[in-house]
Design a protein around this ligand. Structure first.
Ligand SMILES: [Zn+2]
Length: 159
């Protein structure tokens, strides 16, 4: 992060409950090879934030293997929820880094969110059946020097 970057939400202590991590993993693997998506709820103060709930939303994209679109009526129900912290989606076959499309879509959500989380089913568990494995990366939503929204890696601690 450089001097120009403006973190929209200053918290540096992000915690995700292990039960929520397991929900994200399960939803991502259940919907594989399509992208899972949903919202992250919890409590945030200036000093810390705890993600304590996940609500899966339907992915209405016409190409759900490559993209996600939040089901509009479901999203509207939660977009001004007082406990809304972040947005989650999974990449079935790519690493948990924002795609070009993710960055293009970011302005649709960025003002409402504090955190952006991407899961990945790209890895394979060792062994003969080689099932997909789950990893995850969190991001702060920032504005870069041009005033555009961008993502900066955030560590999510499981407590
Ligand atoms: Zn993505």
């Amino acid at each position: 992060m450089n001097d120009y970057d403006h973190k929209l939400f200053p918290t540096s202590n992000w915690v995700i409950l292990p039960s929520v991590y397991l929900q994200l993993e399960k939803d991502s693997l259940t919907r594989y090879p399509q992208e899972a998506c949903g919202i992250l709820l919890g409590e945030a103060t200036a000093a810390s934030a705890v993600i304590d709930d996940y609500v899966p939303l339907n992915n209405t994209s016409s190409q759900p293997e490559q993209h996600f679109s939040l089901e509009p009526r479901e999203w509207v129900k939660y977009c001004y929820h007082p406990r809304l912290l972040g947005l989650f989606h999974s990449h079935p076959t790519a690493p948990p880094y924002p795609s070009q499309t993710d960055l293009l879509q970011l302005p649709l959500f960025a003002d409402l969110l504090k955190l952006y989380v991407i899961g990945s089913c790209e890895g394979k568990r060792p062994g003969a059946n080689a099932r997909p494995d789950f990893t995850m990366q969190g991001y702060y939503i920032i504005r870069d020097q041009r005033g555009l929204f961008a993502l900066s890696k955030a560590e999510l601690v499981q407590v």
